[in-house]
Every structure is written in C-alpha cells, then in structure tokens.
Design a protein around this ligand. Sequence first.
Ligand code: DUC
Ligand code: ZN
Ligand code: ZN
Ligand code: ZN
Length: 484
Amino acid sequence: MSTVIKGGTIVTADLTYKSDVKIEGGIIVEIGPDLTGDSILDASGCFVMPGGIDPHVHLEMPFMGTYSADDFESGTRAGLAGGTTMVVDFCLPDPGQSLLEALARWDNKASRANADYAFHMAITGWDQRIFEEMETVVNERGITSFKHFMAYKGALMVNDDEMFASFQRCAELGALPLVHAENGDVVAQMQAKLMAEGNTGPEAHAYSRPPEVEGEATNRAIMIADMAGVPLYVVHVSSEQAHEAIRRARQKGMRVYGEPLIQHLTLDESEYFDPDWDHAARRVMSPPFRNKAHQDSLWAGLQSGSLSVVATDHCAFTTEQKRFGIGDFTKIPNGTGGLEDRLPMLWTHGVMTGRLTMNEFVAVTSTNIAKILNLYPKKGAVLLGADADLVVWDPKLTKTISAANQQSAIDYNVFEGKQVTGLPRFTLTRGYVAIEESTVKTREGHGQFVPRAPYPAVNRALSTWKELVTPRKVERSGIPASGV
Ligand code: DUC
Ligand code: ZN
Ligand code: ZN
Ligand code: ZN
C-alpha cells in the first residue's frame, strides 16, 4: 500500500519547491512530479513539511504532589492535531531510584503513545550507581541526553558538584546535558520572603523568579559545561539575561543551544495580574512569563540563529490541581499546555507577521532539534528513506483556540480566544494519516520509541569544543620541610 501526497509545495529548513511525495511502509520512497499510488492525499494549496518535534514535554509526570494531566495518549493526540509528530519526554527517577527502574516505568506509560517518542533522562542526584547506569542508558537504551534541574530545591535540584560530575560523564559518553537554568537557592529565599510578607497569590510566582535568577544559572551552567568540555542545551530560555549568556557563549565558539517556548514568545507577565485567581494560576509555570522586551529578545534570537528550537514544556494541570496552591503560590503545580498550539501559534505570530520565513519555521520546530538530538534525517527531514512524519499544512485554515475543542485532557487553554491561521490539513505519523482536517483518527500504541546513537568519541566535534587541560606535575629538586 502506497500513499501519495499530491500537488503540494515541500518546505524544508533549506528549500521550498513543488513536488509530490510517495510513502510506503511508513517511509518516504519517492519525491518528484506526477507520482501515482494506491491512495492520494490532496495537498493543493498546502505546504508539505516535516512534522513538528517537541523536545520538551512532561506527560503523566509526577510533580509537586500530583501528576500532570495529559498522558502519552492524550498528549501525543494533541500534538498530532497540531502537526507535531514526535515528542521527547523526561524520564524522572524518584529520589534514590535506579535510572533503569525509572525507565521501565516510562516505557510502560509511553506504550500508549499515538506518535513516536524519545526520552531524556533526568539526573536528580549523584552517586556511583548513577555514574555506572548512565553508560547503560546511553549505549543500551539509546538515550543520549541528560536533564539537570538547577531549581526546585529539596526536590529535583542538583548542586554544582553533582552537575559538574554528570557533565563530565556526558562528555565521556558522547551525550548532551540539558539544564533547567534558574538559581534554586535564590528562588527558595525569594519565595519564603514573599510568603512571609503576605504575597500568597499567583503574581508572587513571577516575583520569586526574576530574569536575574535565570541569567545567573545559565551563565553558571555554560561555564561548568565549558570546564567539562561538553556542549549544552538550555531548556525554556525566557529572558534576555539567559539569551545574552547563550549568545556570548556561541560567539566564543561554544556549542550552546537555547530553546524558547511558544508560551514565552506570545504571552506576557500581565497574565499574572488578572483579577481572576484561576486565570493567573493556570499560567503559573517556571520560568514565568516575562515582559515585551524579553519577548522581543527571544524572537530576535530565533531570527539570528542564537536560539535554535521552539518547544512547549507541555506540563498540563487541571484547574482543580492548580487550586492546590490557594493561599500559597509555591504549591501551585508549575506548568502549562501547548502541544496542540505550538505550530499554529508560531505560524500565526512568526511566519504571518514576517518575523520568520517558512524555512526558519521548519528549522525551529523540527529540523534543528532533530540534528541536535541525533535524530536526523530519520526525523526532521523530507528526504528519501526518512520516516513519513509529515504535516500537510493549509495556510488558509483558521480557528479560534479554545478548551472546548482541544485534545488535551485539561479544562482550559492558556491561548483561549486566540485566532490562528495555518493548521494541518493532514498529519501523518510514519505514513499513517492520524489527522484529516478536524477529524482525529489517532491509533493508541502506534507510537514507537526512537533510540539515538551517542555522538562518537572519535569525532569530538559535538562532544568537545576545546582541549581539556591535562594537569602537569612539576618535578622539583628540593621541597621545604613541613612545619617550623
Ligand atoms: N517548569 C514547569 O513549569 N513545569 C514543569 C517543569 C518545569 O521546569
Ligand atoms: Zn524546567
Ligand atoms: Zn480568564
Ligand atoms: Zn520541563
């Protein structure tokens, strides 16, 4: 059985050209004019692009005393409805739990996915067993990226010594460290002070995590990565301070990648001052939304290439869950949705406004992260032999975003009421048409785990950007006697 996507214009990170695409056995087998096949998908007036890859989601995540409400089934369904064909979730071991035991739990949860997925492994402590298990995680499980939380003191946070040890291990294994860069010690103090002063509402969340805590941690993580001789990926870059640190590192020749979120690009801090407690609490995430100047900085970063990827940090909680934090903003579960809306919002606010070209849109939603995570060209490409994870994008389709017609399991949407132009006519996951305009035909369990190869030690181009210093001992003829 073959399928031909007919009459569309292919848009990749590099090229825009008219061509048909033929799919068989879940992969792209032919690209060219006038192709024939067993079934035809009409792409006239549409752009045929690599499906979106969201490298930052938390599905059914145990966090802040509860679980995020979208699981791998509803989360990947939401993704497909919005043109996203692959997600990368964070495997989060419980305190003291073996990485491999945690992975077994994640394998089980993810078996319900409607689209392909990979994992990052979180490092939330440090000991000999973790050091040893990291090798198995990389070489036997194909998980080649490790996440470090510099915030969430007393829970997920790692200290600098743990982070440095893990970064060095990543360098040895050809793996990529990721950081959530906020200074968790400073945040904890700010939270305590705000609460003591009676600032208990969701607006205090933003005051407790100013741009400086993000800028400081980003700089620190970059310097520690440089010491370890490893590249670095900074998740949810929300401020000019963090972006500035990344720009400077890249300008010096370091492989540091920055990932802004669609939420930070399009929503601002005024949301936290809404008189409706629920409205504000539903938008509590870390880092918090910022002001217009920070947003402009993030857009500029995407345009100039100093920021590489647009993600969502999809971590959805219901209104009921958000209300755990009534009277104490530090207990509001952190996180918002976004999986279904990332591509339409970025197209509307990026491509339609002229801030991004269509090719840049494909780069930052799919191809760049496929390259960074060593998934390319299986994912993120319209090439012969690539997986047929494709979106047939209709630039004329419009809708008003609303919780009333979303796939996500939660009861609201942070983009509620926003009009978007540009939506999938079809979304294909390994050749299977999971979305046909507004008809959802997803298949639970269709999604497969995608293992990744480490970055080879013989070619340290990605693993090391500089020679590490080997300590040189000085032979001395005489050493003074100790003591007096
Ligand atoms: N930030 C969030 O808002 N939610 C999940 C984890 C995170 O770092
Ligand atoms: Zn984070
Ligand atoms: Zn509201
Ligand atoms: Zn996250």
